[in-house]
Design a protein around this ligand. Structure first.
Ligand SMILES: [Zn+2]
Length: 335
């Protein structure tokens, strides 16, 4: 038996760098007033939809199906919401428009999704504020799709730009919750569980560890034993209590952050972006519900302004690092 009569020895075949030629315009069936472009084999055609539909039942079916799908996609994408309830519709549209390369509708859908899974820290703040009720309780799962659904959809549709914020969102859950997966509320059949791929499970846990270390480093470098500002108004105060007031404030802030590492106070465990911002906010809050520092603990204005700058810089740096921490490649851009 010669080797060309069978592909049983496919692994031994010589490989050629074969680039298929692009389709070219058909010499006859290209009408400038045609209203549908088709590709078949090595030719593309611009023809009249009505004529080919009347003369070929299979072509009529194919054309009508494609047109009705795209029309539905176009209508739906303009009115669709991107909350948890609408996620199945959003996911179907994204899959459909990706499969049929309908770029303009696909971009509309991704633009809508990126309000919840944004590329910028400022957009992330809006998203987080929208998920916080007037009493300060944070309930993202009530309004946003679960991040495991979004990560799996983004992988399936090659939409990498949604991944960094989705991975960060997921990394705030307990490790056991991340590994177990997500079951849609009301569904009891565990075979319906949405789980991450092995690679993405590792990416999430690795990124979670990076984020946690970033918070520890922030506490050590920016809070513990922080020097007061050169312009501290209490620097030369004769009263020993007031002279140490700003330092004592940063020590109390450190204690509050460490106390909340397990989410005891705000039920937001493993959320360094929030914890770092909260280190700043807790020094200015005065309401009894959220005022975690005693009114005795208030740094002077120059010290607080310097600390706010450190907080802003740390949070921007952290946001910038998310793709690397979670092993994400293929982004169109990232701040
Ligand atoms: Zn001061």
């Amino acid at each position: 038996m010669d080797d060309f009569s069978t592909n049983r020895h496919a692994e031994n075949l010589v490989k050629f760098d074969f680039v298929p030629p692009s389709p070219s315009r058909h010499p006859d069936l290209w009408f400038s007033d045609g209203n549908i472009a088709l590709v078949a084999g090595m030719f593309y055609f611009n023809v009249h939809k009505g004529l080919i539909s009347r003369n070929s039942a299979p072509l009529a079916d194919a054309v009508n199906l494609r047109f009705s799908l795209l029309a539905d996609a176009s209508c739906l994408s303009s009115g669709i919401k991107h909350d948890a309830q609408d996620f199945d519709n959003v996911a179907s549209l994204l899959r459909l428009t990706t499969k049929y390369c309908v770029e303009h509708i696909r971009k509309d859908i991704i633009r809508g999704m990126s309000a919840i899974w944004p590329k910028t820290l400022s957009a992330w703040e809006f998203r987080e504020a929208d998920a916080t009720d007037p009493t300060g309780v944070y309930k993202p799962r009530a309004i946003y799709p679960h991040p495991i659904l979004v990560i799996n959809l983004a992988r399936e549709t090659a939409t990498a730009d949604l991944l960094p914020s989705a991975f960060y969102d997921l990394s705030r859950c307990a490790a056991s919750e991340i590994a177990t997966g997500y079951l849609t509320p009301g569904v009891t059949d565990r075979s319906e569980m949405h789980i991450l791929s092995d690679d993405d499970l590792l990416n999430t846990l690795r990124g979670r560890e990076h984020a946690s270390r970033f918070l520890s480093t922030f506490v050590v470098n920016e809070l513990e034993g922080r020097d007061v500002s050169a312009g501290c108004v209490y620097r030369n105060d004769p009263d020993p209590f007031r002279k140490r007031l700003c330092q004592a404030t940063f020590e109390a802030t450190t204690f509050e952050i460490l106390r909340d590492v397990n989410g005891v106070v705000f039920h937001r465990s493993s959320d360094p972006l929030f914890a770092i911002m909260d280190a700043d906010l807790m020094q200015t809050r005065s309401d009894s519900a959220n005022g975690r520092l005693s009114l005795l603990h208030r740094a002077c204005e120059p010290c607080r302004v310097e600390f706010t700058a450190s907080v802003d810089a740390a949070r921007e740096e952290m946001w910038h690092k998310l793709p690397g921490w979670f092993g994400i490649t293929g982004l169109t851009s990232w701040p």
